[in-house]
Design a protein around this ligand. Sequence first.
Ligand SMILES: C[S@@+](CC[C@H](N)C(=O)[O-])C[C@H]1O[C@@H](n2cnc3c(N)ncnc32)[C@H](O)[C@@H]1O
Length: 441
Amino acid sequence: MKDYLIYFAQAYPNFRRSEIESLAGLNGIKLDLSHHDESTPFLVVQLENDEQARKIMERSILGRGIYELWGEGKTLEEVHANTKLRYGSEFDRYKQSTFKFDFVGYMGSREKKDKFEVIESFAYLGFEGAIRMKNPDEVFVVLEQYEQPDREKSTTPLHIWFGRQVQLSARTENILDKYDLKKRKYIGTTSFDAELSLISCNIAQVNTGKVVYDPFAGTGSFLVAAANYGGYVVGSDIDHRSLRGKNEKCNIRANMKQYNSTSQFLDVMTMDFTHNALRPDFQIDTIVCDPPYGVREGLKVCGVKDPAKAAHRENVVIDGEKAHLRRDFIHPKKPYELASLLDDLLSFAVQRLPVGGRLCFWMPTANDEFSTDFIPHHDSLDLLYNLDQEFNKWSRRLLVYSKRDQQSSHTSDEQAPAATVSKNVSNFRARYFKGFSPSSK
Ligand SMILES: C[S@@+](CC[C@H](N)C(=O)[O-])C[C@H]1O[C@@H](n2cnc3c(N)ncnc32)[C@H](O)[C@@H]1O
């Protein structure tokens, strides 16, 4: 095992560990991140080799890059001593390589003149290859942490690492610009943030050739993100307008075309999730979604509030055909409890996912009343992560489950009482519209 240094972006620090762990798991790599500290973007990890490092970093959204760690210390002198001690025998390997030096500064940086002096101080490496600013064989990087975020600005680094760049991440290669909602052909009021959609798909372990289903697809934010990772994507939504978009140039298919992902797009269909028409033997590997919470869109299912009153409608005949059997029949809708919908979602995942397959969905909660009892549970699903993105008075949580091996299923008394789940989820909409005042609890 060798030390590698991960440099993270300053975004969603509480999601970093789950993203990198999930990417490691997806590639069968054992990785201990228990020492991860959210307050710093630098993390030293142990890996077997560069190939493992590449695999955990190349599609990361929260990582910026990974480096083979040659030396570290509080001062440059310490870094040099440490580098000679740890990597002295490796210098020759890179003697003839073309190379360049780079600097990464967190909460500070060096002046140009200073950087040249630092580069000169590494002369003992003895590299004889040409310096190339474009496409060198190797990039050697000095990474510096200048201050803790709550301290005054300082020009002296607190800690310095020196390493060989192994892999820059998708983020560094501008994936967020590519998927920026502002540049997307088709978006709507429900479109989900591009960065978090991509992170969700990484944590969901979406992978090449796997089938990814979003049962509340709306404008297809998770579908484009999943297609980016090679998933075959399929979506459904009760609202045909959001699936259809405005026209051929402004719909989900147009988005797929924009991102060169048409080959990954299975289709979208208008369907009430609670009356799911996907064949029972249609294998779904991953489910990623943002269920309706009634804030921007209503939660409705097919059906009538009062079946007795609506019974006569079954006898309505148009052009000799029963109205409800015609292609142009529009189903009546009735309100539904969100808690029941989440129960349906968990049960569906248990029925359809393979063992180890992941269900990931976002759930909003009020900050002043959240308790882990509010998280829906199923005795055939392991809750892997509960990650929150906090706003002023409420949070949305990414809940990530993995289908348990049926042989090792827990007993049903571990299931959260349905009433606990129901109280939270049915309350959220009312409290949101009342500004989360204590009296609205
Ligand atoms: C929060 S939005 C999801 C938005 C989506 N992620 C996007 O990118 O636009 C929830 C979606 O669930 C849909 N929905 C509501 N009730 C549904 C049901 N019973 N079955 C399927 N979809 C439903 C709504 O029409 C809405 O598009």
